[in-house]
Design a protein around this ligand. Sequence first.
Ligand code: UD1
Ligand code: BG6
Length: 371
Amino acid sequence: NKGNYEHYMQKEIHEQPESLKTTMRGRLIRGGSCKAKTVLLGGLKDHLKTIRRSRRIVFIGCGTSYNAALAARPILEELSGIPVTMEIASDLLDRQGPIYREDTAVFVSQSGETADTLLALEYALDNGALCVGITNTVGSAIARHTHCGVHINAGCEIGVASTKAYTSQIVVMAMLALAIGGDTISNQARREAIIDGLFDLPNKVREVLKLDQEMKDLASLLIAEQSLLVFGRGYNYATSLEGALKVKEVALMHSEGILAGEMKHGPLALVDETLPIVVIATRDTCFSKQQSVIQQLHARKGRLIVVCSKGDAAAVSSGGSCRVIEVPQVEDCLQPVVNIIPLQLLAYHLTVLRGFNVDQPRNLAKSVTTQ
Ligand code: UD1
Ligand code: BG6
């Protein structure tokens, strides 16, 4: 049921304040005056000790689910102190890459039925790793075959392009980082700031959804373009990959997410006055580096669209003209949840304006159950 919306993808984008609330329901505990704020993931509580002892955490997934894990990687590394590596399921299988008994392998899948992810799960089980699932589908193959896991509880997602599942996956993995990370005095303030940030996240998402018309206006300017680049780094490297994936899969426009730190090693050659480039430059420890990327793109007369924190329009547009999209600032590790939303809206409006099928893009399936 699409309710008052024209398409499922549109409904699912606008549903995110509610889906995120459902994802967090019963799992965040804001203690009394002397009780610390904490996270409770029922499906993992008996396995946390084993996970903390593992030598490595390996995230495994495909498409949007892989991107969600990439967004959560920095906070998991920071809070757990355990090395975190990333695997695209098919690539792990192609290489028969090493997976050990001392590894915790985390399988991220909205549907819980993706063939490559499932085969990678069988492979990791054979190699003796502790296998953890993060899925939206109770009773799915991945939920059944993993040793333990977390249901993201985002509600049924019908649009082939994943939107609300992506933001709920990131939130679950941020909670996973809090659950695995020790509750030491030195990181208490950081943990509390993240938990407060999680409580407030649905409000911030509601606020950023007000950019709908602005993103529709931007889409109308980009409607006839051949290509769109998206530059990000740090917490928002994943945002650049996921934003580009949305544009590619539904709007059928070539789009590439680029790690901004790699700009000089190739992508800079593409920059001219015509190619539109989105730069994610919200406030975090990478901000000054992103400002310098923007300066270098301005110097080459790049056609920029900058996503920045509220109040930073002047700081990012000095040195050249660009279109600025201001988003509310949240805790750095949660910023990818906010930042992807204008790009979801852009992909949606671009698709509708270009006259393509937004809920069932050409050649794609919601769940890829064959290799
Ligand atoms: C569970 C209940 C929820 C109830 C809550 C009350 C289910 C599905 N969930 O939620 O309805 O409100 O207790 O405390 O009945 N699992 C895997 N692999 C996965 C995902 C999950 O093995 O990929 C396992 C978990 O380890 C756990 C079970 O499935 O044993 C349920 O997981 P989850 O729904 O996340 O647990 P709770 O949030 O505790
Ligand atoms: C398909 C979908 O390619 O599978 C994508 O079209 C999705 O939206 C990908 O990200 C992975 O699916 P899942 O269910 O394993 O998260």
